[in-house]
Design a protein around this ligand. Structure first.
Ligand code: SAM
Length: 239
């Protein structure tokens, strides 16, 4: 499998992705603001508006990292379990939750490919900027399907490919030249940000990922492109 532009074993990839997020955890939130010019906040707001979390709903926020999506959903009264493969990211998230006085979240280390939850445990499953880091993406989608109840929904927020003329190229230039340098300057870690850029480049196009959601057993799979598809919100239903 690919880790950035290197070929590695699946186990190595999972380990290396772990190292990336351990390295960036402390500066993760600041870097998101810097690299996206604050836009990730708008994308996340939009994403959660799509999810429409309701009071009392059980939601699994997979690859939940430092809690950005979970905090927004908990604010609407949902009962959110934040899961991530990386305890350092979850640790930063728990500190942020404490500071904000949010105490109704569950935090649990999990690999998206092999969840410990029982079948039909959740009303909704969200994964934001996480799925592209997972080594076996079809396995993660099948697990999402398994842990959702009938009538449950999956929502994925991820970078993909823009079809706006010139925009994709401009972004590509920005991503390959600027992001690793900012990563070096602010987080002292050029390689991790180089990997993050490469992983975006390798992620399937919007329509192909929509098909993959269907292949995992979801119905009415749909995609909403933002910025021509540079960022997309996919969704699907379990029936
Ligand atoms: N959802 C958060 C957000 O939007 O700010 C965090 C996104 S962060 C870019 C990606 C997260 O995916 C990291 O916290 C990383 O540890 C997690 N991750 C990577 N591979 C994973 C896996 N196999 N299972 C669960 N989480 C994983």
């Amino acid at each position: 499998v690919n880790f950035g532009d290197q070929l590695v074993t699946p186990e190595e990839k999972t380990r290396k992705v772990g190292a990336v997020f351990t390295s960036v955890a402390r500066r993760y939130d600041l870097m998101n603001d810097l690299m996206s010019g604050g836009m990730h906040r708008l994308w996340k707001d939009r994403f959660v508006r799509r999810v429409k979390p309701r009071s009392g709903e059980q939601i699994l926020d997979m690859a939940g990292g430092t809690g950005d999506i979970a905090f927004r959903m908990a604010a609407k009264g949902a009962l959110v379990t934040v899961s991530d493969i990386n305890p350092d990211m979850l640790g930063v998230g728990q500190q942020r939750a404490e500071k904000r006085g949010i105490d109704n979240l569950l935090w649990q280390v999990e690999n998206a490919e092999t969840l410990s939850f029982a079948d039909a445990s959740f009303d909704a499953y969200t994964i934001a900027f996480g799925i592209r880091n997972v080594t076996d993406i079809p396995a993660a989608l099948r697990e999402a399907h398994r842990v959702l109840r009938r009538g449950g929904r999956i929502f994925v927020l991820e970078f993909s490919t823009s079809d706006w003329p010139g925009f994709g190229e401009a972004y590509e230039l920005y991503a390959s030249k600027v992001i690793p340098r900012v990563g070096e300057a602010v987080a002292g870690d050029r390689d991790s940000y180089q990997y993050l850029v490469e992983s975006i480049r390798r992620f399937p196009r919007p329509e192909r990922f929509r098909e993959m959601i269907g292949e995992a057993g979801f119905v009415r799979a749909a995609v909403e492109p933002l910025l021509g598809g540079l960022v997309c919100i996919w969704s699907g239903w379990k029936i």
